[in-house]
Design a protein around this ligand. Structure first.
Ligand SMILES: Cc1cc2ncn([C@H]3O[C@H](COP(=O)(O)O)[C@@H](O)[C@H]3O)c2cc1C
Ligand SMILES: O=C(O)c1cccnc1
Length: 354
């Protein structure tokens, strides 16, 4: 069951119109950068970050505020194959912790003035009433045995993600993507292998800390899943249905809806990266609205970012998810936008620029 979707989304949740970047706003912002009270180029990539956001938001004075992170949670049937260092029940426990303000995402988003929302897309267990409910089912099926979800469920989850943006982040300056779901680095690696045509061995990491023997089991599980369901690799919705997750599908919907509203989307780690490559395959216009955050320790992440042509703005050897990398990066994007909008020009300071 899902809720909050409009009849238009029910008709075709993947059909969105994504506007082109505003090149005139980019040019105005670029010119302003050249006039600010600093040697041209001396704020390095902070300058291009602000200019890129100006083109996305169609304004010469870009701002990340109000910044919102949507952390979508769901369970994965593939945990039955022993692919994670933690039991499936930890997903519900972590949703509880996020709702109570006790998780890493709460601390990091609090430190960077970001509003967070936690969403149940398909948790197999009880969650507190304060969690936003977009529950599709009690976790996906085991992808190593059968497709993770039905096409109807994949579409419902995408529609739910779109509804989340409309209902909770329509006025956001930026939206950061976050995930929770034991087993979801397996789904993410499988999606990445299929859509980027990369050998499973190269995209499969240690997730929450599995040893090398278990990683080999994870590789074998993903290879079996891709052989069992045999998704059409040039059909992103089919790949999502066969080896995805409800939170990943929801994040696809969030990304499509944000891009259609000119809201920049800050990709977090490997799970949100998997959602981003699905969204970009559904509609290539998405690419222009993606902002990198960090470089995850999971090997699929670098492959995803290269496929998306997105650069991370930091590398702190993080590999957690929840939106934690996005939270830290949004602090940097905010700094970039504030320098751009708040600094005086040489003329305002009564100085010649050269
Ligand atoms: C306590 C805890 C907090 C987390 N926060 C995010 N994840 C991350 O790790 C999980 C995916 O890794 P795997 O595929 O190896 O299961 C997801 O829940 C993801 O959000 C966590 C994992 C744990 C254990
Ligand atoms: O990069 C991530 O998003 C990640 C890495 C390990 C576990 N969960 C998420």
């Amino acid at each position: 069951m899902t809720n909050g979707s409009t009849s238009a989304e029910d008709a075709d949740p993947i059909a969105v119109s994504i506007p082109p970047l505003d090149e005139s706003a980019r040019e105005t912002a670029q010119n302003r950068q050249a006039e600010l009270l600093k040697p041209p180029g001396s704020l390095g990539r902070l300058e291009s970050m602000a200019v890129d956001i100006a083109a996305m938001q169609a304004t010469p004075t870009p701002s990340v505020d109000p910044a919102v992170i949507l952390t979508l949670a769901a369970d994965h049937g593939v945990t039955a194959e022993g692919v994670s260092a933690y039991p499936k029940s930890v997903t519900a426990t972590m949703v509880d912790a996020v709702a109570g303000g006790d998780a890493a995402i709460n601390a990091l988003a609090g430190a960077t003035d970001i509003t967070t929302h936690i969403v149940d897309m398909g948790v197999d267990g009880d969650v507190p009433a304060s969690v936003i409910e977009q529950h599709i089912a009690d976790g996906t099926a085991n992808m190593a045995v059968e497709p993770a979800m039905t096409t109807t469920q994949a579409r419902e989850a995408i529609a739910a993600g779109r509804a989340l943006v409309e209902e909770h982040a329509a006025e956001a300056g930026v939206i950061g993507l976050g995930d929770l779901g034991i087993g979801n680095t397996t789904a993410s690696a499988a999606i990445t292998a299929a859509l980027t045509e990369t050998p499973v061995e190269e995209v499969t990491g240690h997730g929450t800390g599995i040893d090398e023997t278990t990683r080999q089991q994870k590789i074998e599980t993903i290879e079996r899943a891709l052989a069992v369901a045999d998704p059409t690799t040039d059909d992103p919705l089919d790949v999502l249905r066969c080896v995805g997750g409800f939170e990943i599908a929801g994040l696809v919907g969030v990304t499509l809806a944000a891009a259609s509203r000119r809201i920049p989307v800050v990709v977090d780690g490997v799970v949100t990266g998997a959602a981003a490559i699905v969204a970009a395959e559904i509609n290539e216009g998405v690419n222009k609205y993606l902002l990198g955050s960090h470089m995850s320790t999971e090997p699929a992440h670098a492959i995803q970012l290269a496929a998306l042509d997105v650069s991370p703005c930091l590398d702190y050897e993080m590999g957690l998810g929840e939106g934690t990398g996005a939270a830290v990066a949004i602090g940097t994007y905010r700094a970039a936008c504030r320098a751009h909008s708040e600094m005086a020009t040489f003329a305002e300071a009564g100085l010649d620029s050269a």
